[in-house]
Design a protein around this ligand. Structure first.
Ligand code: ATP
Ligand code: ZN
Length: 374
């Protein structure tokens, strides 16, 4: 197949199937950067490409440069340019950069006095804190754009709420109890389901919530796997379609953001939906398809940390908390950002020289400074 033939076939598929009814793309339009195609649709595009060329697309070929436009794809995959090898993992989208210059920022942060953790609780100041606020602001803005409010949840929650949510039976090892009937919040979103317990929703809702969370971590590492960390979440309750729509929009947001930040990592299915320890939950997980995806970013030795998770709960919380919508237990989902880990991954991959940072972060730092000065 010539690259012109492949280009024609791809364009027909993109416009006829993926974008059916929307503004059509031309062969040279930037599919991702201009928002024609998102990280979910790229899966369909890859499947079509594999069917048409009769060859497997290797994970390492799934890069922005290769998939930038229909023409770029056709030029790469026509003829015998494409290899038949395929990686083992099942990434939705991959971001590759030069990993050889990655270095842990922890020692340097301590040297600068920007990471203070005398007793296991971590505090950051200076540049690290400014980065933290930029990431937090970006995630909060995405939530607002989806119509969410923004609740600062308390650091503790009744243990009975976590029991009702199924957290205690699924993850007893993570739970840190405090005095009386309270536990430390292991995630931010439980506060929001609890507040809606016993209600009937008249509309689907998108909610914003952030909290300082605490978990028991067997092998804690500052910022990466801390016993105390900040989680910002977007929660959606309504129908299964409402959940999918919000999840999808946030996946697109995250996809573009990580691309603009030139961060190395991948969005991948994750295997541990929170209630999969129950056999009913497992069966459900199989029926409902992937319930959890994570954006994992690379650290200095090739290991990856999840910096965001995209979770579908089906009607689990709707049932557990007796929240109804349209005559049924509400469906729900949450997208959770671990803000501390974004700071860690960013500094690991980009270092401390601000002049070499991606422009969106440099611009945000400037705006922050101007704001502080005014
Ligand atoms: P992991 O697989 O890394 O243990 P998880 O599956 O427990 O994460 P979630 O429960 O989905 O994660 O939490 C949402 C997000 O909160 C994670 O993607 C991560 O960014 C952040 N997070 C979770 N635990 C920690 C921790 N101990 N320290 C820092 N951030 C964390
Ligand atoms: Zn959540």
């Amino acid at each position: 197949m010539t690259s012109q033939q492949l280009e024609d076939a791809l364009l027909a598929f993109v416009n006829g199937t993926l974008l059916a009814g929307k503004t059509p793309a031309t062969a040279t339009d930037r599919l991702f950067e201009d928002g024609f195609i998102d990280s979910l649709r790229v899966l369909e595009l890859i499947a079509f490409l594999e069917d048409t060329t009769g060859r497997k697309v290797a994970d390492r070929q799934v890069r922005l440069a290769t998939f930038r436009s229909v023409r770029a794809i056709a030029l790469t995959f026509a003829g015998d340019a494409s290899a038949s090898a395929s990686d083992e993992t099942d990434a939705l989208y991959r971001y590759h950069t030069d990993v050889s210059r990655f270095a842990s920022p922890i020692v340097e942060l301590r040297r600068r006095g920007e990471l203070i953790d005398p007793d296991g609780t971590v505090r950051i100041t200076g540049l690290a804190a400014r980065l933290f606020h930029i990431f937090d602001y970006v995630f909060a803005r995405w939530a607002r754009e989806l119509g969410a409010d923004d609740v600062a949840a308390p650091p503790v929650i009744p243990a009975a709420t976590l029991e009702r949510a199924g957290f205690v039976s699924s993850f007893p090892q993570l739970l840190l109890r405090t005095t009386g009937d309270l536990a430390y919040s292991p995630a931010a979103c439980y506060h929001r389901y609890a507040a809606l317990a016993g209600t009937t929703l008249t509309n689907s809702v998108v909610l914003g919530v952030h909290a300082r969370c605490r978990r028991v971590e067997a092998d804690p590492r500052p910022l990466e796997r801390a016993t105390e960390f900040t989680m910002r979440e977007v929660v959606v309750l309504g129908t299964a379609q409402d959940v999918e729509r919000v999840r999808h929009r946030l996946l697109r947001r995250v996809d573009r953001f990580v691309t603009a930040l030139a961060l190395d990592g991948a969005i991948e299915p994750a295997s541990d939906p929170f209630f999969a320890s129950e056999s009913a939950g497992r069966a459900l997980a199989q029926r409902a398809g992937a319930l959890k995806h994570e954006l994992r970013l690379s650290l200095e030795d090739g290991r990856r940390v999840a910096v965001a998770s995209f979770n579908k709960h089906h009607d689990h919380f709707g049932r557990a908390f007796d929240i109804a919508f349209a005559g049924q237990p509400a469906h729900s989902g949450c997208v959770a950002f671990g803000v501390d880990r974004w700071v860690l991954a960013f500094l690991t991959q980009h270092g401390f020289d601000e002049r070499s940072w991606p422009s969106i972060i440099r611009d945000a730092l400037e705006r922050q400074q101007a704001h502080a000065a005014s």
